[in-house]
Design a protein around this ligand. Structure first.
Ligand SMILES: Nc1ncnc2c1ncn2[C@@H]1O[C@H](COP(=O)(O)OP(=O)(O)O)[C@@H](O)[C@H]1O
Ligand SMILES: C[C@@](O)(CCOP(=O)(O)O)CC(=O)O
Length: 903
C-alpha cells in the first residue's frame, strides 16, 4: 500500500486522535496523520521548562520533596511519561506502559491470571511466549488451550464464560506469517465470555500497520526492541489498553515488580519511534519486491501480500500493510544454508525490525532450541529462510539475494528466456511421482503388463482411538511391520487374489463375469467419500456369493479389492492379474492391518490402471494423495466407519496428529516426529476382535449415553492436545516428557475402559507391565482384544525387557519390539517386465542415481547397477519366494530384492 493511501486510511479511522489547535474558527479540526504523530513528540500536560526540542533524560532514581508528581523512578519518571503518552497516541490507546522487554510486557499481562483460570492461545506462538505460558501453567495452576487461531471456529469449544480468563493472539505469526482474524475472534469471545481479556502480541506489525485495540482487543503489547525502536540498540516492551481497570492492574504490577523501562532506554525508544512510519514504509515496499521476486522464481513464499496467501483477505481487513518479515522454502536444508551463508548485505542474525536487513534459518537459529520433532509438529520446515527487510536500497538487497541464490545453485540462467529460473530441487518433488515416471512404463504398454511389488506399514495409535472416529485428534505412528502386495500379470483374462495370512485364501474371477453394469468409473482426482452401495451389493450377490460366512474376512478383503479394481478401471480396459498379499504384522489385532492392506491394494490397482503419474496421461498430481483416497474407500468396505487415521499412516508413514474432516475441529494431519525416538513394546493378546463391530458399538453408546460419551471425547481431546504440547515443548526434559506421556497413556486407557472396548486379556497385559516394572500400557486400535502398547523409558534395562517379554510369551501373548515412525507406502522399482527394451535403455530410466534421490529410508541398492530386465524364471522365482518365505524372514527378503521407493 502506498504511504499516502495508508495515511488516508488511517485518517479516516474514527477515533479521537490528538489534533492541532484550529488556526481560525473556520478551519475544521483535522487529526494528524500517523507519520506526523510519530514525529511530533509533545505532551500538552508536560511543558519542558527550557523548551527543549528533545525530551530530556531524567537519569534519576529519586525525586526530592513529598508533594511532587514523581518520587521514585520505579513508580514513575518524566522521560517514561513522555514515552508512554507518545505510545498511547500512536496506538489508539488511552493508556500505555513501557517495560524492560517484550517478555516483561507479557509477564505483566499474565500476572492478571489466577489459579483455575483458562487461557486460549495460538498453537504457533513465539517460543518465549510458550515458555512463559508453560511456567504459568505449572506454577499458577492456569489451564492453557493451544488452538489453531487461523481458524476462528477452533476457539469456540474452549470459550467458557466464567472460566476463560484470557485469549492470547499473534497475527501474523513469526516466521510462518499465519493470520488470525483478530476482529472476528474478539467479537466471538466477547459474545461468549464477556469477561475474558483479549490480548494481542502486535510486534510483527507495530502500531503503524495494525492497532488491535481498534478491533476489539483489550490489551495490545509489542516487543519495542523490534520496529518501534528500529535500530537494535535497546530492549523494551510496551503494553497498551483502553480500559481503566486493566490499566490500574498493569500499573500496579509494574510498580510492584519494578520492570519499568529505564530513562535512557525511554529516550532511545522515543527517538526511534519518530521514524517508525518512514522506516516501515520503506521496509514494507522492499519486502513486497523481495516477496514478488522469490515468488516469481518459483519458491514457496510466506508473505500476506502475495496473492496465494491463505490469510490475505483477513489480513487486509485488519491491518494497513503486510509488514517487513517474510519467509520462503527452498526444498533443501543444505541449499538454504548455502544461500544464507552466501549473502553479504543481509546480516545473519536473530530478531527483526531493525533498519538493517537480516537473514536467518529459524530451524538452526532462532528456533534451534526447539527440537526437530517439535519444529516439524509445528509445520516449521527445516529449509525455511526468514528475511527481515531493512531500509537499504532495494536493488542492492535484491542483487545480494540473487548472487547468493546463484552461488548456492538455487537458480540458474535460462538462456532462452534470458532470465534466472529456479533449479528444480529433487527433494521437493514427490518421490513416488518421480519414481513412477522413471519406471519406463510405456504410454501404450498393455495395461497390467508388468509386475508391481508394493508395501505399506501398520500403525500404533498412542492416543485417541475411537474418539478419532468422532472428530477428536488422534496421535498415531507407522510401525516397522508391514503388509506386502504383489500384483502379477496374467494372460488369461482373469483376476485373482491370494491372501496368505487369511488362511491362504485364494479365489479368481473371469474379468468378463464381473458386474460391470453396476460400476460408475471414477474420475481421476475427484474426492469419493461414499461407497457405491449398488456396486457393493452387486459384488456380494455376484462374484463373492460363493464365499461362505466362515471366510468372511477374506470375503470382505476380496470385496475391497474388486471394488477398487472395477471402479478404477478405465473404459473397457480390464487388465488380468493376480494380487497376492503377505503381512509381517498380525492381522486383525489393532495394528492397522486393514489399512496397510488397503494402501497396498490401492497402490497396486492405481498403478495397474495407470492412474498414477505416468507422463502424458491426465493423472492427478500426487499419487500418494490418490492412493490415500482409495485406501480410505477400501477401509470403508472393511470397517464401515473408519476415521482415516490408519490409512493415512499406512500411506504417509511417520507419526501424525490426525483429525477427521466434518467435525468442529480443524481437520488434517500434522507430523509429529518426536515420536520416532520413543520406544514401544506392542503385545498382541491374540484375542480376536472385529474393528467394525467395536467402532459401531461405540457409536451406539454415543446414541444411548450422549453425555457420558461426549464427556469422554472431550477428555481424550485434552489428552491428545496435552500429548502434542509436551512432544512439542522445547523446554521439557526427556524424563518429564516420558513421565507426562506415561500418565496420559494411563488416563487414555481409563477412558477406553469406560467406552467398553477393553478386554480382560488387555488388563492382564497392563498389570504384568505395571507390576513390577512400573510401565504404562494401554490398548491400541479398536480394542476388545488385539494389541496393547507399552511405553518403554530410555533407561529400561535390556535384561528387564527380556524378562518381561519372556513372561508375556509364557502367558501366551505375542510381544513385538518395533521401531515407529518409519516410511509409508513403498513401491519396489528394481525390476521391469519390459523385456523388449535393451538393458541399457532401461538402466537409464531407473539408474540408481535417480532412485537415490527419493525420500529415505531406502534399502541399500546392490553394488553397481540395479538388476533390471529380469529373466522370466527370476520373476517366477520371486513369486515363489513371495509365497514361501517365512514371515520372520519376509521383511529382510523383500528389502534385499531391490530398490524400494518410499513416500
Ligand atoms: N494381509 C491381508 N490380506 C488380506 N486382507 C487383509 C490383510 N490384512 C488385513 N486384511 C483385512 O482387514 C481385516 C482386519 O481388519 P481389522 O479388524 O480392522 O484389523 P486391524 O486392526 O489389523 O486393522 C481382515 O479381516 C481382512 O479382511
Ligand atoms: C478404533 C479406530 O480408531 C482405530 C482402529 O484401528 P484397528 O482397526 O483396530 O487397527 C477406528 C478408526 O480410527 O478408524
Amino acid at each position: 500500500m502506498a504511504a499516502n493511501e495508508h495515511s488516508d486510511k488511517l485518517a479516516s479511522v474514527n477515533y479521537d486522535l490528538p489534533t492541532p489547535e484550529p488556526e481560525s474558527p473556520r478551519r475544521p479540526r483535522k487529526p494528524y496523520r500517523f507519520s506526523t504523530l510519530c514525529a511530533t513528540v509533545e505532551n500538552p500536560g508536560m511543558k519542558d521548562q527550557y523548551g527543549s526540542s528533545s525530551v530530556p533524560i531524567y537519569q534519576t532514581s529519586t525525586f526530592k520533596g513529598v508533594s511532587g508528581e514523581y518520587d521514585y523512578s520505579r513508580s514513575g519518571n518524566p522521560t517514561r511519561t513522555y514515552l508512554e503518552h507518545h505510545i498511547a497516541k500512536i496506538s489508539s490507546a488511552a493508556h500505555a506502559f513501557a517495560v524492560s522487554s517484550g517478555m516483561a510486557a507479557l509477564d505483566v499481562i499474565l500476572r492478571m491470571l489466577k489459579p483455575g483460570d483458562e487461557v486460549i492461545a495460538g498453537d504457533d506462538l513465539y517460543g518465549g511466549t510458550n515458555r512463559l505460558l508453560g511456567y504459568i501453567k505449572s506454577h499458577v495452576g492456569v489451564t492453557v488451550h493451544h488452538v489453531d487461531t487461523t481458524n476462528t471456529e477452533s476457539l469456540h469449544p474452549y470459550i467458557h464464560p466464567g472460566k476463560t480468563a484470557m485469549v492470547l493472539l499473534e497475527s501474523p505469526t513469526n516466521p510462518l506469517l499465519k493470520i488470525a482474524d483478530l476482529a472476528t475472534i474478539s467479537k466471538d469471545v466477547k459474545e461468549r465470555a464477556p469477561n475474558a481479556i483479549i490480548v494481542v502480541d502486535n510486534t510483527m506489525m507495530s502500531p503503524y500497520l495494525q492497532r488491535p485495540l481498534e478491533h476489539g482487543a483489550d490489551i495490545a503489547y509489542d516487543s519495542a526492541t523490534k520496529y518501534l525502536s528500529g535500530h537494535h540498540d535497546l530492549m523494551a516492551g510496551v503494553v497498551t489498553c483502553n480500559r481503566d481497570d486493566l490499566a490500574k492492574q498493569i500499573a500496579f504490577t509494574i510498580n510492584s515488580v519494578g520492570n519499568a523501562l529505564t530513562p535512557i532506554d525511554c529516550f532511545l525508544l522515543l527517538r526511534g519511534i519518530k521514524t517508525l512510519a518512514l522506516r516501515m514504509d520503506r521496509q514494507q515496499t522492499t519486502s513486497g519486491l523481495v516477496a514478488d521476486y522469490l515468488h516469481s522464481l518459483g519458491f514457496r513464499v510466506n508473505y500476506p501480500g502475495l496473492p496465494g496467501h491463505p490469510g490475505r483477505d483477513v489480513h487486509a481487513r485488519i491491518a494497513n500493510g503486510n509488514g517487513a518479515v517474510l519467509s520462503f522454502e527452498t526444498g533443501s536444508k543444505t541449499l538454504s544454508e548455502k544461500i544464507v551463508a552466501g549473502t553479504r548485505l543481509w546480516g545473519i542474525s536473530v530478531s527483526f525490525g531493525c533498519v538493517n536487513s537480516l537473514i536467518s534459518m529459524p530451524c538452526v537459529m532462532s528456533h534451534a532450541s526447539i527440537d526437530a520433532a517439535t519444529r516439524a509438529a509445528r509445520g516449521l520446515p527445516e529449509d525455511l529462510i526468514r528475511l527481515c527487510v531493512g531500509i537499504e536500497d532495494p536493488q542492492d538487497l535484491l542483487d545480494d539475494l540473487e548472487r547468493a541464490l546463484l552461488a548456492a545453485g538455487a537458480i540458474e540462467l535460462d538462456q532462452a528466456q534470458n532470465r534466472y529460473i529456479r533449479v528444480a530441487e529433487p527433494d521437493g518433488q514427490d518421490a513416488i511421482t518421480r519414481a513412477v515416471q522413471k519406471l519406463a512404463v510405456e504410454k501404450d504398454a498393455e495395461l497390467g503388463a508388468r509386475e508391481w511389488f508394493v508395501s505399506a506399514p501398520g500403525k500404533v495409535i498412542l492416543f485417541g482411538e475411537h474418539a478419532v472416529v468422532h472428530g477428536v485428534t488422534a496421535i498415531a505412528a507407522s510401525v516397522d511391520l508391514r503388509c506386502y502386495g504383489l500384483a502379477t500379470p496374467r494372460r488369461d483374462h482373469r483376476v485373482s487374489v491370494h491372501f496368505h495370512d487369511i488362511e491362504h485364501f485364494s479365489c479368481e474371477w473371469d474379468t468378463a463375469s464381473l458386474p460391470w453394469n453396476s460400476v460408475i468409473p471414477a474420475v481421476s482426482g475427484k474426492e469419493y467419500q461414499d461407497l457405491d452401495q449398488n456396486l457393493v451389493d452387486a459384488l456380494l450377490q455376484g462374484p463373492l456369493r460363493q464365499i461362505p460366512d466362515a471366510q468372511r474376512h477374506a470375503r470382505v478383503a476380496s470385496l475391497a479389492f474388486l471394488y477398487l479394481y472395477m471402479t478404477l478401471s478405465k473404459g473397457d480396459k480390464r487388465p488380468a492379474f493376480d494380487f497376492s498379499t503377505r503381512a509381517t504384522l498380525p492381522v486383525g489385532a489393532g495394528l492397522g492391518s486393514s489399512a496397510s492392506f488397503s494402501a497396498c491394494a490401492a497402490t497396486a490397482i492405481l498403478l495397474i490402471h495407470q492412474r498414477v503419474s505416468i507422463p502424458e496421461l491426465p493423472t492427478p498430481s500426487n499419487p500418494a494423495t490418490e492412493v490415500n483416497r482409495w485406501a480410505f474407500i477400501s477401509e470403508k468396505i472393511l470397517h464401515g466407519n473408519p476415521s482415516g487415521v490408519d490409512n493415512s499412516v499406512a500411506v504417509y508413514g511417520g507419526a501424525l496428529g490426525y483429525t477427521r474432516p466434518g467435525f468442529i475441529r480443524k481437520s488434517g494431519m500434522e507430523p509429529i516426529l518426536g515420536f520416532k525416538s520413543l520406544k514401544f513394546l506392542l503385545t498382541n493378546s491374540k484375542v480376536p476382535r472385529d474393528t467394525k463391530k467395536l467402532v459401531a458399538g461405540v457409536g451406539e453408546k454415543m446414541t444411548n449415553e450422549p453425555e457420558l460419551v461426549n464427556g469422554i471425547l472431550e477428555a481424550i481431546q485434552t489428552i491428545t492436545d496435552e500429548a502434542r504440547r509436551v512432544l512439542a515443548d522445547p523446554e521439557i526434559t526427556r524424563e518429564t516428557l516420558l513421565q507426562a506421556l506415561s500418565a496420559l497413556i494411563n488416563e487414555n486407557h481409563g477412558h477406553l475402559v469406560t467406552l467398553g472396548v477393553s478386554h480382560p486379556s488387555l488388563e492382564l497385559i497392563r498389570s504384568r507391565t505395571a507390576d513390577p516394572y512400573g510401565l504404562s500400557t494401554k490398548l491400541t486400535g479398536a480394542g476388545g482384544g488385539g494389541c496393547a502398547v507399552t511405553l518403554l523409558p530410555d533407561d529400561f534395562k535390556p535384561e528387564d525387557l527380556q524378562k518381561l517379554v519372556d513372561e508375556l510369551i509364557r502367558e501366551n501373548f505375542e510381544p513385538y519390539i518395533t521401531s515407529v515412525g518409519g516410511s509409508g507406502m513403498g513401491i519396489l522399482s528394481s525390476f521391469s517386465e519390459h523385456r523388449n527394451q535393451s538393458p541399457a535403455s532401461v538402466a537409464t530410466n531407473i539408474h540408481p542415481q535417480t532412485v537415490g534421490q527419493v525420500t529415505p529410508p531406502q534399502t541399500p541398492a546392490p553394488e553397481g547397477q540395479v538388476q533390471l530386465g529380469v529373466e522370466k524364471d527370476t520373476a517366477e522365482q520371486r513369486r515363489l519366494s513371495f509365497n514361501t518365505t517365512s514371515t520372520e524372514k519376509f521383511a529382510e527378503w523383500a528389502s534385499e530384492i531391490g530398490e524400494w521407493l518410499y513416500v
